[in-house]
Design a protein around this ligand. Structure first.
Ligand SMILES: [Zn+2]
Length: 395
């Protein structure tokens, strides 16, 4: 159901379109003019009788498609799509395309709008067919058509087809558009690499990852996958070296990389070397994820008491909510009676203050989640989620 703001916008836009259509109809036989008149006032009547759905249909019929009213039809279609009335937007654009007399540019525009309706309503197959035809034709809607087709391939997970589209969008090696699309091309290559990694096609996966890094040398995702690939094929030291470099240059992804490093060092049985690496990293970054990993290692290999003493010293040097919370857990473990009760109350209050600890946030739209997504589920930007300490962690 459309809302009243939309009705008002519709009436204004249709009245303007009607006047344009009426002017051109005046030069035509009287029957056309009367039919225009009749449908328009029939629409108004439906609107006054609170039958908005029938009113919109009557208005659409009232508005003859010609060069004066084309923009009104297109604006109306966009407005309806924006309001979630996608079926109606589709009808308007299909109605436009069925009329003879549109020139080539107008046909392309209507095709593009219809394809956008199909994407919005999840009819990806239909959008794909329309766009694949549209992008073969030169004109002002070719680039927009390619961008829309890229979204379709992305949602269909047709990464190879997407890369072909990206090649067309990118243009020549030194153009601005090449630079603009390079990170997206790297992500599409990483998607291909992940499929090959899952299938055990390590040679192909490496080829895709090298291609990804050729597009975007800073790609954390490609660097991470390359490290994992090395570890998977038994080149443990090479993989570890790759992941360590990645952490040093991309602190924002420490939380994502650390578990793989822990796993690799455990497989090698080189815990001492790992602790040295983590200590050096923590001294440089004071990253609480590194502190937690080190504390876990000390607890596993030495004792709970050693871990408590270690974290107590670090929290004094570099205060953090999560560090203090872990220390409180150790104090609880070692305390008894009333002291334990007091500490438990303190822990409950502290958990309310520091929240859920680590989370990821999209710097483009603000989406928050516990899990890292390379493609933001909300705004569909690639690589825009970064880990954030919970706001209260700074307390
Ligand atoms: Zn986002």
């Amino acid at each position: 159901m459309v809302d009243w703001a939309l009705y008002i916008a519709l009436v204004i836009s249709l009245a303007l379109g009607f006047l344009g259509g009426y002017r051109s109809a005046k030069s035509k036989p009287e029957a056309t003019s009367n039919s225009l008149d009749g449908n328009y006032f029939k629409g108004l009547n439906f609107l006054l009788n609170e039958q908005p759905d029938a009113a919109i249909d009557a208005f659409i019929q009232a508005l003859e498609v010609n060069s004066d009213t084309l923009e009104t039809h297109l604006a109306l279609g966009k407005l309806l799509r924006k309001q979630g009335e996608v079926d109606r937007a589709i009808r308007i654009h299909q109605n436009l395309l069925a009329r003879p007399g549109l020139n080539q540019a107008q046909t392309h525009q209507a095709q593009y709008e219809l394809a956008t309706d199909f994407v919005k309503s999840g009819l990806l197959d239909r959008a794909e067919g329309l766009l694949e035809e549209l992008v073969t034709k030169e004109g002002p809607y070719k680039t927009d058509g390619l961008k829309c087709l890229l979204e379709v391939y992305r949602d269909e997970k047709e990464w190879k087809k997407g890369l072909d589209v990206l090649q067309q969008l990118s243009g020549s090696r030194f153009s601005r558009s090449y630079k603009e699309w390079a990170p997206t091309r790297a992500h599409f290559c990483c998607e291909m690499a992940e499929l090959d990694l899952q299938a055990g096609n390590y040679f192909e996966a490496r080829r895709w990852l090298k291609q990804a890094l050729a597009y975007d040398r800073q790609s954390v995702r490609a660097g991470l996958l390359l490290g994992l690939l090395d570890i998977n094929v038994g080149q443990m030291h090479k993989g570890i070296d790759q992941l360590q470099k990645l952490i040093y240059f991309h602190h924002d992804y420490t939380q994502e990389i650390i578990p793989y490093l822990t796993d690799a060092y455990q497989k090698l049985g080189q815990s001492g070397e790992y602790r040295q690496f983590l200590s050096a990293l923590y001294a440089k970054s004071q990253d609480v994820v590194v502190l937690m990993t080190l504390t876990d290692l000390i607890e596993q290999e030495d004792s709970k008491l050693a871990a408590a003493e270690y974290i107590a010293g670090e929290v004094v040097k570099y205060p953090s909510g999560m560090g203090l919370h872990r220390l409180l857990e150790y104090y609880l473990f070692f305390s008894e009676g009333k002291t334990k009760e007091y500490l438990l109350s303190l822990k409950i209050v502290m958990e309310k203050v520091i929240g859920n600890g680590m989370y990821y946030q999209c710097y483009h739209c603000g989406f928050k989640g516990k899990q890292l997504h390379w493609l933001c589920p909300s705004c569909k930007h690639w690589g825009s989620l970064k880990s954030k300490k919970a706001v209260a962690d700074a307390v």
